[in-house]
Design a protein around this ligand. Sequence first.
Ligand SMILES: Cc1cc2nc3c(=O)[nH]c(=O)nc-3n(C[C@H](O)[C@H](O)[C@H](O)COP(=O)(O)OP(=O)(O)OC[C@H]3O[C@@H](n4cnc5c(N)ncnc54)[C@H](O)[C@@H]3O)c2cc1C
Length: 428
Amino acid sequence: MKSEFDVIIVGSGPAGLGAAFSLLAANPACRLLILDRNQYSSGGLRNDCKMNFSWPIGFADTVWTEVQAKRYLNQIETFLKPAILEKHDIDTYRRRADRLGVTLLEIRQAHLGTDGGLELIKTLCARLTALGAELALGEEAIAIDAQARRLTTNRRELSYDDLLLAPGRAGFAFLQSVMKTNGINYVDNSIDVGIRVELREERYPIVQDYYDPKFLFHKKTRTFCTNSRCAHVVQEKYQDNAGVWYSVNGHAWSDKHPANGLANFAMLKTVGLTQPLASGQAYARALGEQAMLLGGGHPIMQRVGDFRLGRRSTQDGFCGDLYDFEPSLPSCVPGDLGLAVPAKIMRALWDSLKLLDTIVPGVLHPSTIMYYPEIKTYANKPVFEDPASFRAIPHLYLAGDGAGTSRGITGAWASGIRVAEAITTLKN
Ligand SMILES: Cc1cc2nc3c(=O)[nH]c(=O)nc-3n(C[C@H](O)[C@H](O)[C@H](O)COP(=O)(O)OP(=O)(O)OC[C@H]3O[C@@H](n4cnc5c(N)ncnc54)[C@H](O)[C@@H]3O)c2cc1C
């Protein structure tokens, strides 16, 4: 019996979109369904939307080569036509970094802002519909019977020839249950743990010359996701059967919004876990829960001035005098990072901040706020039957951040194209 769809894609994030446009370009008659449990595509496309067009930003180098990634990056740039941001006067910063053994990566980047990202999502969804794809928003994939090639959603049962699961990091539990029920092995042993740093933009002036400066420090620590002009710290909810915890993050609105004078960036350390604890997700949850315990159910924040003196920040003393700006995420609870962050991680983060303060003096002004936790789980790394196409078992492909094939918008988009090309080749 003929299946209802040639291809079903679960997840309308960049991985799903990259696959969808590529499939339709190769075969305009492709019967394609894209499902998303949200009413809009989620993730980085709708949060700040900084798109990086340089290797290795956003790519997992375990499953990509530079040559492969660059080929897809060119395709994506041609398709999306982003306005690449200019960089100015960064030689001084680079020289200072070099002297300290720190690397300042120069990358091609576009920035749409959260409002610009939402506009882009709407445009892309309209284009997909016009090309004949069926878009089912607000519909959640629940289970898969890979043998029978049937997908169960919260609304119906569907049959397919090929299925791409691209549910992002937030779809971790769903992906894990699919892998368990369909005999796909995976490991989950890597995680980034860090803080979100918020400061007055004038104390991190490099952002006026380079929107999202990427510094790589010793001890696997790096700056990540810098936001400025109209920048805010936000929190993300993580929920599973064991409970709820929050990670902080950051975003900025586009130039259409008035500036708020603040900048923020993450300082992250990559942690690789080995036996007997080899689950990054479990470790992330434990760290998150510990922070929630200390913050009464909220992330915690501490001024650098208090941290240096080894004392907790308090609600009463959080603003005033040298502490000369209000936090953009006031729901966080003033506290003591030293009680929450494991010592090895805190030392690496603080050493890196001191180096950064030598490169861009001002970062460690007493008013600077450190929010914790900011945790990035890289979800599951499936054992692929065909790593070249991210095929896990016959007719089932896993891609994007949730499957550990990417760590950013463009890497996820490229992962989707890689799957689509394989499906197209096999069908012809
Ligand atoms: C707050 C925030 C800001 C970020 N900012 C940036 C940035 O500026 N630049 C950058 O490069 N990266 C950024 N990222 C990372 C970026 O979002 C991801 O790398 C990228 O979106 C991953 O793409 P994806 O397609 O794998 O997953 P996602 O974009 O997460 O998309 C997955 C989609 O699957 C849907 N889904 C999940 N489970 C199911 C299910 N069971 N059934 C149906 N649908 C489901 C979700 O609703 C979601 O829309 C940010 C992430 C966050 C959270």
